[in-house]
Design a protein around this ligand. Structure first.
Ligand code: B16
Ligand code: MG
Length: 223
């Protein structure tokens, strides 16, 4: 018998919208000021990683060290720049097919939650006009442990009133796939198999998919 899935947990950046490009522009502006070389390739290492952990990677690239106070000031400086970009985020930046996929799944009885590291999640959902597509919103302001710790997803399942095993996680980052597995959930990778070797299944994006396609692919993969 096929497994009964009841909850869908969505990462934000890289699954619903590309905010990574704005994170990059903001980090780049800070890195330039600090005289640290920072490239788009370096930015890949920051995906799914918390704000402070991202800055620590940038300091490591520059071979620099700072006091905790200085690091916090730099993170605040970067966030202020990032928020200015978010103020200009448009509804049409929502990835294609996301709204249809989620509305369809919700009509079919699935519960939905956000599971994002971003402390700016609420603002992003509001700018995209999709806040009401979620039964629960778990973001960086609500959890203390960052992915690959499963907290952001297990808190989502709990708020939906579901067991972890009933939930499917949609993730674009390796740390997020690991978080899903550590929480006892199945992971649908958004991206390429090369980038997400451990996800149960990988699709390029939600566009054109229905929830039945996902549960069928999961069943075929042996979950
Ligand atoms: P903030 P996700 C993550 O979002 C981003 O991928 C990551 O690059 C960022 O550092 C992190 O959120 C924290 O974001 O600075 O807005 O709190 O992929 O977990 O949705
Ligand atoms: Mg992500």
């Amino acid at each position: 018998m096929n497994k009964q899935w009841n909850g869908l947990l969505f990462d934000l950046d890289g699954v619903l919208v590309d905010t990574a490009k704005y994170h990059f522009l903001a980090w780049k502006q800070l890195a330039d000021r600090l005289g640290i070389p920072f490239t788009l390739k370096d930015n890949e290492r920051l995906k799914g990683v918390s704000r402070m952990a991202s800055f620590e990677i940038i300091l490591e690239i520059g071979g620099r060290s700072m006091t905790q106070e200085e690091k916090e000031a730099c993170c605040a400086e970067k966030n202020a720049i990032y928020v200015e970009y978010l103020k200009k985020l448009r509804e049409d930046e929502l990835f294609p097919g996301v709204r249809d996929f989620m509305e369809d799944a919700r009509k079919k009885g699935y519960k939905t939650a956000l599971g994002s590291a971003s402390k700016n999640s609420m603002m992003i959902l509001e700018r995209l006009g999709i806040t009401d597509l979620f039964d629960a919103i778990i973001d960086g302001t609500k959890v203390s442990a960052a992915k690959p710790d499963p907290e952001v997803f297990t808190a989502g399942a709990r708020e939906l009133g579901l067991r972890n095993e009933e939930c499917i996680v949609f993730e674009d980052a390796v740390a997020g796939v690991e978080a899903a597995h550590r929480g006892g959930m199945a992971a649908v990778g958004i991206g390429t198999r090369e980038a997400l070797p451990k996800a149960e299944i990988v699709i390029p994006g939600l566009n054109g998919y229905h929830i039945e396609d996902i549960t069928r692919l999961l069943a075929e993969s042996g979950v």
